[in-house]
Design a binder for this molecule. Structure first.
Ligand SMILES: C[S@@+](CC[C@H](N)C(=O)[O-])C[C@H]1O[C@@H](n2cnc3c(N)ncnc32)[C@H](O)[C@@H]1O
Length: 298
């Protein structure tokens, strides 16, 4: 009897087989997910897969890839499997303790960068900092800015701290465990950003498994109507803003009217909503009234 050597697993065969397996498991983006996991498991680039498709995986690489595929087929997000996620222009470490940063949230980053040019000295507070996505993406492009990130989850803060260190931003950022603005005393900031939990509690069970089963509840659950966090945050954000300071908060696609109203009631000026790339309402922003001129015209 002769031993039939196992057929070697090449990059192209691994990718094609993985796509089929993920598609059969009901994954929305099987080709992209399979490629991202293959790149990491086999230590190759996207170009390698195309230009050197018959390169063989080692048995260890094939086993790692198989493990990734089994986890993805069980609906674990790619970001958790690989432990990282790109956001804006930075790469962030992520874990089950933080919300995986979303492209939708980049609208906040874009708005603040547009309002503060690269030479500006300013202070920024990120309430519910999570992985650090918003705060670190802004600080990475504004070397004269200093930021404080607050989160109630010490596990999330550990992720943000490691991301700040990996991006070389430790000298610009401080991280504090706390319940929103409690514990900030009378500190004030030029900019306040937040992406609070805003999913109505009863909707959470109907979310896709990647979110429902793997994202922290603390990052999702916005109470009965999804607006619990904004009710407390609107007056508090106005309190911790400097006169003429600006804020930007992420919202659910159908929350613009309610959240705008909460900020207007809290005294904010110039309150408006910005849409995301899918043309859905995504960010409510505005400003705190400037200090009046102490020498008004007589
Ligand atoms: C939707 S996630 C946003 C994370 C990150 N800013 C982002 O945009 O990817 C909300 C974050 O708020 C934090 N959080 C929830 N309740 C909080 C509270 N009472 N005080 C401070 N942070 C809170 C959660 O731990 C979570 O990290």
């Amino acid at each position: 009897m002769t031993d039939t050597p196992l057929e070697a697993l090449t990059l192209v065969k691994a990718w094609t087989g993985a796509r089929e397996r993920l598609k059969a498991a009901g994954i929305d983006s099987p080709a992209i997910d399979a490629r991202l996991m293959l790149e990491t498991a086999a230590g190759v680039s996207r170009t390698d897969i195309i230009s050197d498709p018959y390169r063989e995986l080692t048995p260890e690489q094939a086993a790692t890839f198989d493990d990734y595929l089994a986890r993805r087929a069980a609906r674990e997000p790619v970001s958790h499997i690989l432990g990282r996620k790109g956001f804006w222009k930075i790469m962030l470490g992520v874990s089950k303790h933080v919300l995986t940063p979303r492209p939708d949230t980049e609208v906040i980053v874009d708005s603040i960068l547009a309002a503060f040019d690269e030479h500006r000295h300013f202070t920024i507070l990120d309430l519910g900092v999570g992985s650090g996505a918003i705060l670190l993406a802004i600080l990475a492009e504004r070397p004269n800015a200093k930021g404080l990130g607050v989160d109630i989850s010490s596990e999330a803060l550990a992720v943000a701290r490691e991301n700040a260190a990996n991006l070389g931003l430790e000298s610009q950022v401080a991280l504090l465990r706390g319940d929103w603005t409690q514990g900030l005393g009378d500190a004030t900031f030029d900019v306040v950003v937040a992406n609070p939990p805003y999913i109505p509690s009863a909707h959470i069970e109907s979310l896709e498994p990647e979110v429902r089963d793997y994202e922290p509840r603390l990052a999702l659950d916005g109470g009965t109507d999804g607006l619990d966090a904004y009710r407390g945050l609107a007056p508090e954000i106005l309190r911790v803003l400097k006169p003429d300071g600006v804020f930007a908060v992420e919202i659910g696609f159908d929350q613009s009217e309610a959240v705008e109203a909460l900020f207007r009631e809290a005294g904010a000026e110039d309150v408006r909503t910005r849409k995301d790339l899918a043309d859905k309402d995504r960010v409510v922003g505005g400003a705190k009234k400037p200090l009046g001129n102490p020498f008004p015209n007589r």
